[in-house]
Write a protein that binds this ligand. Structure first.
Ligand SMILES: Cc1cc2nc3c(=O)[nH]c(=O)nc-3n(C[C@H](O)[C@H](O)[C@H](O)COP(=O)(O)O)c2cc1C
Length: 109
């Protein structure tokens, strides 16, 4: 729990839920093979994958959200990544929502 929050810029939202995850992508190889344009493409893929926890959490009556603020170096250390072969690109957290009463929420549809 503490590790999840710590690698996510100290955000409670990453440590107090059911689980959080990091999307770790093959990095140096794909960039060398396909060129620089593949860098944003990797993020595009992370975003597409991220739609799954968003939707799955909603149908499970909980919530999830993308975590864009995280420290990649400690994440790499935890997973034993010591070179550019893999890179943590996007994180996600899943859990029960905490209502922020300072905000007004309208139904989406
Ligand atoms: C790519 C991405 C990164 C995000 N990173 C964070 C984050 O690091 N911390 C956080 O609390 N929320 C994060 N969020 C969630 C957004 O802050 C959240 O979607 C927004 O507050 C929802 O506002 P809304 O309810 O007005 O749509 C992220 C969302 C996305 C799509």
């Amino acid at each position: 729990m503490r590790t999840s929050a710590a690698v996510s810029c100290g955000q409670d939202i990453a440590g107090n839920g059911c689980f959080s995850l990091g999307m770790i992508s093959a990095f140096e190889g794909p960039l060398k093979n396909h060129g620089a344009w593949f860098y944003p493409r990797l993020y595009w893929e992370c975003g597409a994958i991220g739609q799954v926890p968003y939707l799955q959490a909603e149908v499970s009556k909980i919530r999830s959200t993308g975590i864009g603020c995280f420290f990649d170096d400690p994440v790499h250390q935890i997973f034993g990544i010591e070179d550019m072969s893999y890179q943590s690109l996007y994180h996600f957290t899943v859990g029960g929502p905490v209502e922020d009463t300072r905000l007004t929420t309208s139904p989406a549809y």
